[in-house]
Ligand binder design. Structure first.
Ligand SMILES: [Zn+2]
Length: 447
C-alpha cells in the first residue's frame, strides 16, 4: 500500500526544490536541476545518467528495466521562461507553499510534471512493480527557447542509446475544461507545425523628394492588407474530429448538431460562431481547424528622405496536421498575391499521434475510474512541445501530452502559464501523481 499523504509531502518538496533552482532559458543552467534530480535518484539506488550538450545544459535520464514490450518514457523539461519579478505576489523562485499552493516559475510549465514523473518513477521502484517494459525518466534541457536543441534533440543525435522510447508521456494536455455543466479532460495527441517566413517586397530605391510608382513599402503593405480578415481553408485532422465528436456526444441534441457542423470543412466557421463557448476558446478552436498566419514583425527604410529598395514582414505560420510548407505557401499566396517574395526561415512539420492505442485507452480507463462521466478526449495543441525535436528524428514515436489537472472554477490556473503568479495546487500535484502512477503501473506491469 502506498501512503499517499506521505507522497503529497514528498512530491511537493521535489517541486519546491526544482522551482528554487533558477533555470530561466536563456541561459538555462539546467545542469543544476539535473544534479538535484540525479542525487535523488542515486539515493534511491538507481543509476541515472547526466549528459550535457555543453557546460550548464544538463539532461538527466534513468531507466527501470522491464520485459521486452515497448519502452515508455516520462518526459519533462526543466527550463523555464523569464519572469518579471516585480509583478509577482511571491518571489518567482521561492517555491513558497501558501494556502496549499506552490508558487513559482515552472509550477505549471512544467516542474510540476517533472516532480510528478520523478515521484511515479520512485514509487515504481519502491513498490517493486514487475515491469513488462522499461520505464525511462527523462528531465531535459532547452524546451522554451524556440529553436533550442540542448535537450531531447541533442540526446537523440549524440546519446541515442539513452533514449530508445517509442512511447512518451509529457506536457501539453491533461487539464480539464467544461462545456456547459459537462467536464472533459484533454490528452494531447497532436500539435501544429511551424512555418516561419519572411514576405519581401522589392522596389526602386530613390530620393524622398521624387516619388515613383515602385515603392517597396507600399508594395508590401498591399500584400499584407490581403491578410486582413483572411480565413485560410479548413483542414480538420483526426484529433480535432475525435475531440469535437467527443464533446457533441455529451451535449443536448440541438447543441450537439452545431458541434458536429464544426467538422464540416465548408461550414465550420458559421458553426464555430454559434457555439456556446467563450471568445478565447473560439479563437483557439478556429486555429486548430486550419493553417494560420500572423504577421509579427516589420522592417524597412532607414532615413526619412530615402525611398527604400526593400521591405520585409515576418509571418508566424502554424500548420494543421497533413499540411506542408508548400501547401501553406500556396494558401498564403491566394491572399498576398504574387508581387512579393517568400523566404522560409524555419519549418517544423505538424505532428499527430494515434488515439487508438493501448496506452491511450489505459489513460481513458484510469481517468474514467477516478472521475466517472468525465471523458478524456484527444486534443490538438495550437503551439508546440519537445515533440518537435523528437518526431523528425524518431517519426514512429507516439507522444501523448497528459498532466492531469482539475482547474478551480473561476481560477483557470492554466492561464498563468508563462505569466505572472504561476502556481499549482498541491491537491492537483498529488492528483496528477496518483493518476500517472496508476496509468504507468497498469500499462507497464506484467499481468
Ligand atoms: Zn513546457
Amino acid at each position: 500500500m502506498i501512503d499517499w499523504e506521505a507522497v503529497r509531502a514528498e512530491v511537493t518538496g521535489y517541486l519546491q526544490g526544482l522551482i528554487r533552482i533558477d533555470t530561466t532559458n536563456p541561459p538555462g543552467n539546467e545542469t543544476l536541476a539535473a544534479r538535484y534530480l540525479e542525487e535523488i535518484l542515486q539515493k534511491e539506488g538507481l543509476q541515472p545518467t547526466l549528459v550535457e550538450s555543453e557546460p550548464g545544459r544538463g539532461n538527466v535520464l534513468a531507466r527501470l528495466a522491464g520485459g521486452g514490450e515497448k519502452t515508455l518514457m516520462l518526459l519533462g523539461h526543466t527550463d523555464v521562461v523569464a519572469v518579471e519579478s516585480e509583478h509577482w505576489t511571491h518571489p518567482p523562485f521561492s517555491g513558497a507553499l501558501i494556502d496549499d499552493y506552490v508558487w513559482g516559475r515552472g509550477a505549471l510549465d512544467m516542474k510540476n510534471m517533472v516532480a510528478a514523473n520523478l515521484m511515479v518513477f520512485l514509487l515504481l521502484k519502491r513498490q517493486e512493480v514487475s515491469l513488462a517494459r522499461d520505464i525511462v525518466f527523462a528531465a531535459t534541457a532547452d524546451e522554451e527557447a524556440g529553436k533550442g536543441n540542448h535537450g531531447p534533440g541533442w540526446i537523440l543525435d549524440h546519446r541515442p542509446e539513452l533514449w530508445d522510447a517509442p512511447l512518451i508521456i509529457t506536457e501539453g494536455g491533461g487539464s480539464d475544461f467544461s462545456v456547459g455543466d459537462q467536464r472533459f479532460y484533454t490528452c494531447q495527441t497532436g500539435q501544429k507545425g511551424l512555418c516561419r517566413l519572411r514576405v519581401i517586397a522589392r522596389g526602386t530605391p530613390g530620393h524622398g523628394s521624387m516619388p515613383h510608382g515602385n515603392n517597396a513599402i507600399l508594395k508590401l503593405s498591399k500584400a499584407l492588407a490581403g491578410l486582413e480578415g483572411a480565413v485560410l481553408p479548413a483542414h480538420i485532422c483526426g484529433s480535432v474530429r475525435k475531440f469535437v465528436e467527443g464533446i457533441a456526444e455529451q451535449r443536448p441534441e440541438a447543441e450537439a448538431a452545431t458541434w458536429r457542423q464544426v467538422l464540416d470543412e465548408a461550414h465550420c466557421d458559421e458553426a464555430l460562431a454559434a457555439l456556446p463557448i467563450d471568445e478565447e476558446w473560439r479563437r483557439e478552436l478556429g486555429a486548430v481547424l486550419r493553417n494560420t498566419a500572423s504577421v509579427t514583425m516589420l522592417q524597412s527604410g532607414s532615413k526619412i528622405n530615402v525611398i527604400p529598395g526593400e521591405a520585409t514582414a515576418w509571418v508566424d505560420g502554424r500548420l494543421a496536421p497533413g499540411q506542408t510548407q508548400e501547401s501553406f505557401v500556396a494558401e498564403l499566396r491566394a491572399f498576398i498575391g504574387e508581387e512579393v517574395e517568400i523566404a522560409i526561415d524555419q519549418y517544423t512539420p505538424p505532428l499527430e499521434a494515434d488515439a487508438d492505442t493501448e496506452l491511450f485507452r489505459v489513460i481513458q480507463t484510469v481517468m474514467g475510474e477516478r472521475e466517472p462521466g468525465v471523458p478524456v478526449l484527444p486534443y490538438l495543441m495550437p503551439a508546440g512541445t519537445d515533440a518537435k525535436h523528437i518526431m523528425p528524428r524518431r517519426p514512429e514515436t507516439q507522444i501523448y501530452g497528459f498532466m492531469p489537472y482539475r482547474q478551480k472554477p473561476g481560477e483557470e490556473e492554466m492561464k498563468l502559464i508563462h505569466g505572472h503568479d504561476e502556481r499549482t495546487a498541491v491537491e492537483e500535484l498529488l492528483f496528477a501523481t496518483r493518476v500517472l502512477y496508476e496509468v504507468v503501473s497498469r500499462f507497464a506491469s506484467v499481468d
